[in-house]
Design a protein around this ligand. Structure first.
Ligand SMILES: [Fe+2]
Ligand SMILES: [Fe+2]
Length: 285
């Protein structure tokens, strides 16, 4: 199957929800101010309600209630709120009504678990990068969900082959589609005008260690946290990835994040607790 054809085929090209598309295009034009962000989000009542619910959850642990998007931007920060809006837009692709034995809810929860783990890991050395790491986690398996939504039969075949031949999802994807979900995800994010760093994160999330060539320091750190976060989400069974196989994490990757194997029990406990917090807030109606 030709990856370009999948992207180009009319009607199959998944479009990004309009709020996220507007946010990305304003970032590209460097015109996205806190005021503009607040205005774009506020036009969408459901998105506003969800952002406020998450901002007031135990995950962010604020001491007082936030009642407006503008306040959320001031207290949580511009980047946190922008990335929450993008995360909620990505969530819309995880359609639970779809008739399949693939666990779509489990896959979403895995992405949420990966987001929490990546955020906590990167914040060990650099608090500034936490909100980006969270979004990287949410979006990292976007290629999988697009394939589930648009090429379900083939995707079910991928999972069948994985079980039969005891091979990784990437190997089975190459067999069925001729490309991997991370490659498709990277190309999609390019179409959707996401910044280069996050495209690199999606493309490299199965590369251990990811080759940070041409990446700046912040991107390389965030991507390392994403790669480890993905493995930790599987190890701690946060949600259910479609590919339960785990990869060993090279010790130098831990070093970059200021951690080692000794830190694992404490890190795991924190990740599990925060995952519980965000899961509750995300599911609340
Ligand atoms: Fe993946
Ligand atoms: Fe994953």
């Amino acid at each position: 199957m030709n990856i370009r054809k999948i992207l180009e085929k009319t009607g199959d090209m998944p479009t990004l929800p309009s709020v996220a598309a507007r946010i990305n295009s304003e970032i590209l034009k460097e015109s996205l101010t806190a005021r503009r962000l607040g205005a774009i989000i506020s036009e969408d009542a459901a998105l506003t309600a969800k952002i406020l619910r998450l901002a007031n959850s135990a995950f962010y642990g604020l001491s007082s209630q936030v009642v407006s998007v503008e306040k959320a931007i001031i207290i949580l920060g511009f980047n946190a709120v922008k990335n929450l809006a993008l995360s909620i837009s990505i969530y819309l692709f995880f359609r639970k009504g779809i008739k399949t034995n693939i666990d779509v809810q489990g896959l979403w929860n895995h992405c949420l678990g990966c987001a929490v783990a990546a955020k906590i890991l990167v914040e060990k050395t650099d608090k500034r990068l936490g909100d980006d790491a969270f979004l990287f986690g949410i979006i990292h398996d976007i290629g999988k969900i697009i394939l589930i939504n648009n090429h379900l039969t083939e995707m079910e075949k991928v999972l069948g082959i994985m079980k039969e031949q005891k091979i990784s999802q990437n190997a089975a994807e190459n067999e069925v589609f001729g490309f991997t979900h991370q490659k498709l995800g990277g190309l999609l994010l390019k179409e959707w005008k996401f910044p280069e760093n996050i495209i690199a994160g999606v493309r490299l999330h199965h590369d251990l260690p990811p080759n940070p060539k041409k990446l700046d320091h912040d991107a390389a750190q965030t991507i390392r946290a994403l790669c480890i976060g993905n493995q930790m989400a599987k190890a701690l069974t946060l949600g259910k990835s479609t590919d339960p196989g785990r990869m060993a994490i090279p010790p130098q990757m831990w070093k970059f994040l200021g951690a080692g194997k000794d830190d694992l029990p404490a890190l795991s406990a924190r990740i599990k607790e925060e995952y519980g917090n965000i899961l509750t807030a995300w599911a609340a109606k």
